[in-house]
Design a protein around this ligand. Sequence first.
Ligand code: ATP
Ligand code: LTN
Length: 334
Amino acid sequence: MEDKKILFSAIQPSGILTIGNYLGALKNFRKLQSDYNSVFSLADLHTLTVRQDPAVLRKNTYELAALYLACGIDPEESVLFVQSHVAAHAELTWILNTVCYPGELSRMTQFKDKSLKHEDNVNMGLMDYPVLMAADILLYQTDLVPIGADQKQHLELARDLAIRFNNRYGETFRVPEGYFGKTAARVMSLAEPDRKMSKSDSNLNAFISMNDDRDTIIRKFKRAVTDSGSSITASPEKPGITNLLTVYCAFTDKSLKEAEDEFEGKGYGDFKLAVGETVADVIDPIRLEKNRILEDKQYIDSVLKSGAERAERLAGRTLAKVYKKVGLVPRARG
Ligand code: ATP
Ligand code: LTN
């Protein structure tokens, strides 16, 4: 690998992604990949923290791999791999658990939210989720982690654990920085604009899925909740319009001011149609390309195989260093 800084990020194959995931994560990945030595993972172990149907999880993993590729992740340039294919992720999680305190995990916003949402399945994995995420990041001596704003608290923990481990055992991990896109680090629900857009929302009109076709995208935007009044301007009193403006800007790379000027004097109906068409113009070709790639499972398997081999080599170096620092006797070889 060239001598560039290291970028790591991951997405869970926990369902069909939304334009929130696209804007908060995938779009930035494509933009950043060539400036860094980039490592992208499919965080399948993370998905097990909420109940999954095994067959659906397998299908979603292929869907996500194809989507990464359709969004422009280049498997020659970047490392693309499935988290469970590289055992070091689970192994480093165990070591990091020994420097993490339960109080740090029980106060995580995501843990609290998901505990309420999955009351019947508040398992240890759900609580330990951020430690596995820290292991993902720290194994690659990562400099930069592009993520949506909802993951900021988890990144802070990864930094804290790296610093704590380094203080206790000597310099081992690089301390990573987060990267949050300028716009749309937090895309809100189309039905309840004070909640984040989530792929697991039971109201299908609340999110635009990356699998929605052109007509569906336009129809969902037409139905999006707007606010009272008629001006198309961003403000805290207008969360619905603000969210649509943010999405429009993120897809067109226009500034808020430019977008507000463009729609001055226009009605909500025209505005929502323009947003829908703009989003569809970008998402529809990605969906078609993803479906094309999905037809060639062998190709996907070969990409993930070589990705796992490259990831394993990188991760293995850090894990060996960690095991040595904490005093585990290395296994004799040969
Ligand atoms: P779930 O809804 O199943 O909990 P998720 O979509 O929140 O999942 P991931 O699939 O792991 O979680 O998220 C992948 C990336 O997408 C992360 O970087 C996350 O911050 C980002 N992301 C998720 N939702 C949004 C959103 N509404 N706006 C911007 N970024 C988002
Ligand atoms: N929890 C993340 C997905 C994730 C991740 C990571 C992101 C798992 N491991 C490591 C960045 C770095 C989420 O976005 N919900």
